[in-house]
Design a protein around this ligand. Structure first.
Ligand code: F6R
Ligand code: ZN
Length: 244
């Protein structure tokens, strides 16, 4: 293993030379310390508040972990994060990351799905879901060009081996829609920064939900409306209302 220099000031795993190593079986970056996000860190992300409170009472479960790595930087430097989202749901909504914009808005990112099945919610700055994206009919190749578009949000399903490029200005949140951990690598400019406030107030405009025939990405506003009228988080009732 290459010599490890763990810089405690930024939490990044660094090596002075040689390749960093992902343990594919354990889905870990060898030598790195994971930043863990438990349910309590995702307050305000899941729309079914009753289900969220019940899940918290049941134990503050691990939702995802990220191990980040970098080499010595300078202008143009890149860094990366190995993300592992556990399988699970809060109400109908699949486990997911908090999601963010890059503080330096021009900073793009490349995601590579390594194992499991999930996807990524992409959203332009203004964050409104277009009606035609209420359901999950989006093909990965449609996901480019977001930087030119406003009022767009879409869900791009990803399975192992698929790569997606996120243009600058695209808010992104990763979701595990499967029954195994969803593992992916994101590579981005070291100067990108993470702006969580940009999406925290209004949340992402699409919610990725367990439907009768598999995952569906649906308008969060519709999901919230269905939750408030159905009075519970029963899958059949809620999705029935959303898709009637
Ligand atoms: C880095 C990036 C990923 C995420 C990771 C966790 O720019 O997009 O490495 O940081 O998926 O998600 P957040 O940062 O939203 O908690
Ligand atoms: Zn990012």
């Amino acid at each position: 293993m290459p010599p490890v220099n763990k810089d405690p000031s930024d939490g990044l795993f660094r090596t002075d030379d040689g390749p960093h190593q992902i343990d594919i079986i354990k889905a870990t970056l060898v030598g790195a310390v994971p930043a863990e996000r438990h349910l309590s860190a995702l307050r305000g992300c899941f729309s079914d508040n009753a289900a969220y409170q019940a899940a918290l009472r049941d134990g503050d479960r691990l939702v995802y972990a990220v191990q980040s790595g970098a080499a010595d930087g300078g202008p143009g430097a890149l860094q990366y994060g190995l993300g592992v989202i556990q399988p699970g749901r809060v109400g109908l909504e699949f486990y997911m990351t908090k999601g963010h914009q890059h503080t330096w808005r021009q900073a793009g990112e490349v995601y590579l799905a390594l194992s499991g099945s999930g996807g990524i919610v992409l959203q332009a700055e203004t964050g409104q879901a277009r009606p035609e994206h209420k359901t999950d009919t989006v093909r990965p190749q449609d996901a480019t060009g977001l930087a030119d578009a406003t009022d767009q949000a879409r869900f791009v399903p990803l399975t192992a081996g698929q790569i997606i490029y996120l243009p600058g200005g695209t808010a992104h949140r990763t979701v595990n829609t499967g029954t195994e951990p969803f593992v992916y690598l994101g590579v981005y400019p070291a100067d990108a920064g993470h702006d969580y406030d940009a999406t925290a107030a209004s949340n992402f405009a699409l919610a990725v939900l367990a439907g009768a025939d598999g995952p569906v990405a649906t308008s969060r506003a519709d999901y919230l409306a269905a939750l408030s009228t159905s009075g519970n988080s029963a899958a059949a009732d809620t999705l029935g209302e959303l898709h009637d």
